[in-house]
Design a binder for this molecule. Structure first.
Ligand code: ADP
Ligand code: MG
Length: 480
């Protein structure tokens, strides 16, 4: 394996795919030669050249209609079976008259299409098989890294600064004690995959470090495919030959006992060999019930970093950065509006902004608050949490053990005033009520009092993590 996980060069990609197909075809040819004998092979099958793969179908070409029909009736099924055994993704063989079209396949020079002229000798086949395996592994083992997900494009704020720092650290010095494995966890759309890709891009930039990134689902799929094609040894070797292994969304392995077991062994082999493991999941290792205990224990042995739910401030920073990158001017009012309305995850926030920008580009109209409400009508409706101010007051009063009536009383003692401010802040965040309306519900207070409360709570949340967590918890309870 090498460090190039690019996967974005289409011609190189087509060429490698082609090489892989050629090599598999060599294997099939030598199989057929033994099965049908030299004479039969030379008479009929030697004339086949391989064409492109489309979906689960590979096209094979024969020079004449007669040959095509003969091969189809005599060897059609056998050819399908052999291809399928070589490459499980191929399920059907299509036989056509003619030669493969070199134009349709940029990777094939005329006369270079297949080793059809002579069956390769055994030694050469072995060599090419080995080549095919490593070629395949490069292609198939790791998913390509998304070039947009870098450290530069990741916006750092309170909720993700620790995870970000850990990711940076691992990218700088992989396999350092205390940071192996790196376990990133957090809710959907909060940047786990982004950070993993950022680490991968950083590490592969020098070209010296080999990185394999894949989702746990892909890991399972590859493992099962390896069992089917009787190549589990190769699969294991491939995995164990990387310097950095990243498995995304590990929670997917819950209940998949065999795959979990395989992952556990791979994990141990790599860590013992001083390689770096990076794993993400939606929960902390200790909360991932359903994962084998010994795996859970090992996962928690390195650095465990969580990404918290976004704060309003972080959402604004992310929106600002993405709007700036798009080149379309988006008024601050619109960004604030979005950050207030779409609180669940960054992916949705990003999606909403992208839609606004696309609209602006398409119709050549500036982004305004009215246009936003119009364009995002459906998204906003889904996010219109029907939380009432009364509900907020009740929950907050319960949380800090004060009387509900104190929400509208004139008492100014800190023990009462602070929860009241939190309730006002949450009312502003979670409802579409205006400041004067909110003020009225809190004992007819002035809208400037509400404004002050919002500013004060925001500031406190930045300074005091425990307080911030309390408020976030309340927000989540009210939202659910
Ligand atoms: P997860 O893997 O945690 O579900 P992703 O990493 O796929 O989330 O993030 C979802 C989307 O939000 C991606 O497009 C990602 O670039 C973006 N995103 C998440 N967090 C941030 C951040 N802090 N800064 C910039 N973009 C972010
Ligand atoms: Mg993800």
């Amino acid at each position: 394996m090498t460090g190039e996980v690019s996967g974005y060069d289409a011609v190189a990609e087509a060429r490698s795919v082609r090489n892989v197909l050629d090599i598999h075809w060599s294997r099939i040819c030598s199989r057929l030669q033994t099965e049908v004998g030299e004479v039969e092979y030379r008479t009929w099958l030697k004339q086949i050249s391989i064409g492109p793969v489309d979906g689960d179908e590979i096209t094979l070409h024969l020079p004449t209609r007669f040959l095509r029909d003969w091969v189809r009736t005599q060897y059609g099924d056998r050819l399908s079976a052999l291809w399928n055994a070589e490459l499980p993704a191929i399920r059907r063989v299509e036989l056509q008259v003619g030669r493969p079209d070199p134009v349709a396949d940029p990777a094939v020079a005329p006369g270079d299409e297949a080793p059809a002229d002579a069956a390769p000798v055994a030694g050469a086949v072995d060599e090419r098989v080995a080549e095919a395996r490593s070629e395949l592994s490069r292609h198939d083992l790791a998913a390509p890294l998304d070039p947009r997900f870098t450290f530069d494009t990741f916006v750092v704020g309170k909720p993700n600064e620790f995870a970000y720092a850990c990711a940076r650290r691992v990218a700088e010095r992989p396999s350092s004690p205390g940071f192996n494995p790196l376990f990133l966890y957090g809710g959907v759309g909060l940047g786990k995959t982004h950070l993993m890709h950022a680490i991968g891009s950083e590490l592969t930039r020098g070209g010296k470090v080999s990185v394999a990134y894949m989702s746990a689902e892909k890991f399972m799929y590859r493992f099962i495919a390896a069992i089917r094609s009787q190549s589990t040894m190769e699969f294991k070797e491939q995995l164990r030959s990387v310097d950095v292994l990243m498995i995304d969304d590990l929670q997917f392995l819950i209940g998949k006992d065999n795959t979990q077991e395989e992952f556990f062994h791979t994990f141990n082999a790599l860590v013992d060999a001083g390689r770096q493991i990076i794993v993400s999941a939606d929960k902390s290792p200790s909360d991932l019930s359903g994962l084998e205990d010994r795996l859970r224990t090992r996962l928690g042995c390195g650095m465990v970093a969580d990404i918290h739910a976004t704060t309003f401030e972080l959402r604004i920073s992310i929106l600002e950065s993405k709007a700036a990158a798009s080149g379309v001017p988006v008024p601050a009012k619109v960004l604030e509006f979005l950050a207030h309305k779409i609180t669940s995850n960054v992916r949705e926030l990003e999606g909403a902004l992208n839609r606004l920008i696309a609209h602006a580009n398409l119709f050549g109209r500036p982004v305004t608050l009215e246009a936003t409400q119009d364009v995002l009508h459906d998204i906003l409706k889904a996010h219109d949490r029907r939380v009432t101010i009364e509900e907020i007051q009740r929950k907050v009063a319960e949380h800090w053990n004060i009387r509900l009536t104190d929400m509208s009383s004139a008492r100014r003692a800190r023990a009462v005033a602070r929860p009241r401010q939190v309730a006002m802040y949450l009312a502003k965040q979670l409802t579409s009520r205006s400041l004067p309306e909110i003020g009225r519900k809190f004992g007819n207070r002035d809208h400037t009092t509400v404004m002050h409360a919002v500013a004060r709570v925001t500031e406190l949340m930045e300074r005091d993590t425990a307080f911030a967590e309390d408020v976030e918890l309340l927000r989540r309870m009210l939202e659910s």
